[in-house]
Design a protein around this ligand. Structure first.
Ligand SMILES: Cc1cc2nc3c(=O)[nH]c(=O)nc-3n(C[C@H](O)[C@H](O)[C@H](O)COP(=O)(O)O)c2cc1C
Length: 327
């Protein structure tokens, strides 16, 4: 049974009982006592077996967006029976309801200690992803690695996505994030799996400036990165070309990935494919070969301005059941 513990004394007693039983992992008395002290003020869950505490988990509400899984301990004899997972699910539900976007956990870098490799694998099985952010908090010889997971689900991200045309922060977008976004794009479905969409990611400031200088009237001038979408207009079968559908699916996947990772964007297609054919000039700067068309640019960066939802028709105006207009 999992229970949220309110009383700070009870929190302290439970964390002491469990952590003292896990002496190999929490053998440094000073840090163990620090965990016990701090856990008294944090959201805290305990698992009980026959009324005896079998494990606990406490969060650390450090930031506005990110909550930290601060400590988690389960008695050895209760390992591998789902208690850790249940504790985690209770904490995750709380974090989602509190509006946090991410959960992180700090752990010892994979490959340094066998025990921690098991723990790190457990975090991965819960959905955490390894981040190459190494902080030195336990001494030079024990750099800690951060694992992070998004708490948003795809439906939240769909609702949160809006075209963003405001100013961007100049902070560079890490390559890893740009690659994640591009991967979401190329994972999209395509007619007959022809995969007619290709991408050029621009994060080199010189190339970016060259491309921006072609966009008149200017848009996305402050974006620190951009994804240029290319299509090959080949037939999927007979005279059927699905290139437009293919790149549209890829663009939507990327827009969702962009929002999911905390960035903003806008689908700029009309602007660059008008009569003045900015798209062809961009293709020239990027060395795009014959047979490909540049069809869209997606700026990527952190928003500095407000993200506004445009007015949309009502659900009832656009969706019906069983026949047109049916309720
Ligand atoms: C095919 C297509 C072309 C678009 N081209 C542009 C564009 O050139 N400039 C622009 O500001 N927005 C462009 N948009 C974004 C739309 O204006 C935007 O999606 C629409 O107003 C709805 O707003 P929302 O994205 O916030 O839901 C384009 C969207 C699509 C699907």
């Amino acid at each position: 049974m999992i229970r949220f513990i309110e009383d700070p004394n009870e929190r302290r007693n439970i964390s002491r009982e469990i952590l003292e039983a896990l002496t190999e992992w929490f053998e440094v008395e000073e840090s163990r006592e620090q965990y016990i002290r701090e856990s008294a003020d944090q959201p805290f869950w305990a698992a009980f077996e026959n009324d005896k505490p079998a494990g606990f988990l406490c969060l650390n509400e450090t930031g506005r967006e990110t909550v930290e899984l601060a400590v988690m301990g389960v008695r050895k004899e209760n390992h591998r029976n789902g208690i850790g997972r249940q504790l985690f699910e209770a904490a995750k539900t709380y974090a989602v309801n509190e509006g946090y976007s991410f959960m992180q956990v700090k752990t010892v870098r994979s490959g340094m200690y066998e025990d921690y490799d098991i723990t790190n694998e457990f975090y991965k099985s819960l959905g955490f992803k390894e981040l190459e952010v190494i902080e030195v908090i336990w001494g030079e010889e024990n750099p800690c690695q951060i694992y992070v997971m998004s708490l948003k689900n795809v439906l939240d991200t769909i609702s949160a996505r809006h075209s963003y045309r405001g100013k961007f922060s100049s902070d560079p977008v890490p390559r890893k994030d740009l690659e994640t976004i591009a991967l979401a794009g190329i994972n999209a479905p395509s007619g007959c799996n022809k995969q007619t969409t290709e991408l050029v990611i621009i994060d080199d400031p010189d190339v970016l400036n060259n491309v921006k200088s072609l966009i008149d009237p200017p848009v996305a001038q402050s974006a620190p990165a951009m994804i240029v979408v290319l299509t090959r207009r080949i037939n999927a079968y007979r005279d059927k070309c699905f290139a437009t559908q293919d790149y549209s699916a890829a663009i939507e996947n990327m827009l969702l990935a962009i929002v999911e990772l905390g960035y903003q964007s806008c689908w700029y297609e009309g602007h660059i494919t008008d009569d003045d054919r900015i798209c062809d000039k961009i293709a020239g700067v990027l060395g795009v070969p014959e047979g490909y068309d540049v069809v869209c640019i997606l700026p990527v960066g952190k928003a500095l301005d407000e993200i506004k939802a445009p007015a949309k028709k009502t659900y009832e105006e656009r969706v019906s059941f069983n026949h047109f207009g049916g309720k």
